[in-house]
Structure formats: C-alpha cells, structure tokens
Ligand binder design. Structure first.
Ligand SMILES: [Zn+2]
Length: 275
C-alpha cells in the first residue's frame, strides 16, 4: 500500500476512534433542550429539509446499530433490549450495540424531556432516540420509537386514515394540530389500517377539553392507542419493508378503490404525554 494511502487511512481511523470515544463518554451533546412543541407529532424529531421520502430510510441489512448514553442503568437498558428481542423473534430486523468505528447508529438518551425519534435512517453519523423515564416503563413504548426509527410514521397520519377515523380538530390543543395532519408520502406496505397498532394515537391524545381528538368511524374503540403489545400489523409492515421489499413509496394520489389492504404507517398515541 502506498505510504500516503496508509497514512491517510490511519489518520481517518484514529479520528473516528477518538470521535467514538468522545461520544461514549457523553461529551458530545448537540441536542440539549428541545421543546416538545417543536417535535412533529409529539415524538418525531424534525427532519432534514432535503429529505422527504421514506424509501431511502431503511437501515442497511435491516440492522440497527445503537449505543446507550453513559447514564443509562442496566434496568433502563432492559426495555430496549426487550424490544430488540421481539423484533428479532418476529422480523428480520436486528439490533446490535456499536463497536468502535461504527457510524450511522442510534444514540439512546434518557433525558427527562419525553420520547422522540426521527423517522428512518438519517444517513448521519448518529441519530437520537430519547427515552425519558416514562418511556422506559414499558418496552412497547420503546418499540414505538424504534419503529419510527425504522422508517414508519404514525398510523393516523396515513393517507387513507379518513376511511377509518375522524379527526376532531376543534378538540386538539392549540399548537398540536400538526400532529394530526395527513401525510401523503408515507409508505404503503399493503398492511390494512389498524387502529390498534402501537403506532396509533388514542382517542384523547392531545385533547384540550377532554373530548375526542380521534373518533373511529365504526364506533369501535377497542385497543385504539394501546401500548401493551406489538400488533401483527406492526410486524407485517416491518417485514414487508425490510424482509420482502414489499413497501412501495406512495404519494397517495391513488384515490382508486380496491386498496382495502392499504395502510401506510401506523401511529400511536403520543409520547409527549408520556414524559
Ligand atoms: Zn410516535
């Protein structure tokens, strides 16, 4: 190997090693003080303006690399690992902790500022999932954020949600209306709309007056907003996207009929309420 190339490679390696080390001891923190109201849908971090399609947000080989911030206790790590185990059991997605020189990973933080994530792989050095104390009480809450990071938005924002629920904007807290806007560019993974998805809001999420913000059109509230289990629909979406490449980017322009099995992302009640 030419000397210059070797020197260059060595320099890069040392730089990355030092950088990783700095991160691991928590000297790296550019995300201090986020306001919840600034987060889209309560727990979704703002996106980079140049990125608006989900198809390019999959994790390579379905593997999420992650690292815990240094103040996680072993007990706090457990719900993350539990979610990873369930994903490994039911999907082809795998989690693994980072090793030196890894780039492009989830940095789990546990600041008491709520739960939030970005949607999909961000093609950056790292991306944050924050899990405040309330989000660590239940591994399904953790799964909710991880599923965001896998590339899925909330269900009730799906382009076809109006076929299943009514959004009552008059009951939504001021400043939170954006949480309920319909997304037209979400993945269509050919999984039916499921109000019981762990990615769906409950009927009172972000209510300002105790009245419903989301009303199921068929009057069936069963399981809406639940955070007790990963639904089969959640699993199916992940498998279709990651294991079978069956999700197609859609821009909802299809007002065609026949898509009974079309549900884009799922949604769940939100972590802002879980701080
Ligand atoms: Zn969410």
């Amino acid at each position: 190997m030419p000397t210059t190339l070797f020197t260059f490679a060595t320099t890069i390696t040392v730089f990355l090693a030092i950088s990783w080390s700095a991160l691991s001891i928590e000297t790296y923190d550019d995300y201090q003080n986020p306001e919840h109201a600034d987060f889209i849908e309560g727990d979704i971090m703002p996106d980079f303006p140049t990125r608006n399609g989900y198809p390019n947000r999959k994790w390579f080989n379905g593997e999420i690399k992650y690292v815990f911030s240094s103040n996680f206790t072993e007990a706090q790590k457990e719900p993350i690992r539990q979610c990873c185990r369930e994903l490994a059991n039911r999907t082809c997605v795998r989690c693994r902790e980072t090793i030196p020189l890894d780039i492009g990973f989830v940095y789990f933080k546990n600041e008491p500022i709520g739960c939030f994530s970005q949607i999909g792989f961000q093609h950056s050095w790292y991306q944050i999932i924050n899990l405040g104390p309330g989000c660590l009480k239940n591994y399904i809450l953790v799964c909710h954020e991880i599923i965001h990071a896998l590339g899925f938005d909330h269900s009730h924002n799906a382009y076809n949600r109006d076929d299943y629920v009514r959004i009552n904007f008059e009951n939504i807290k001021e400043g939170q209306e954006h949480n309920f806007l319909k997304k037209n560019d979400t993945y269509d993974c050919l999984v039916p709309y499921d109000r019981e998805s762990t990615m769906h809001y409950g009927p009172l999420t972000f209510s300002k007056n105790g009245l419903e913000t989301i009303t199921p059109l068929d009057g069936n509230y069963t399981g809406m907003g639940q955070r007790k289990e990963l639904r089969q629909s959640d699993i199916d979406k992940i498998n279709r996207m990651y294991c079978f490449n069956n999700c197609t980017a859609t821009t909802n322009t299809t007002t065609t009929t026949t898509t009974t099995t079309v549900a884009t992302t799922t949604t769940s009640e939100e972590p802002t309420t879980i701080v």
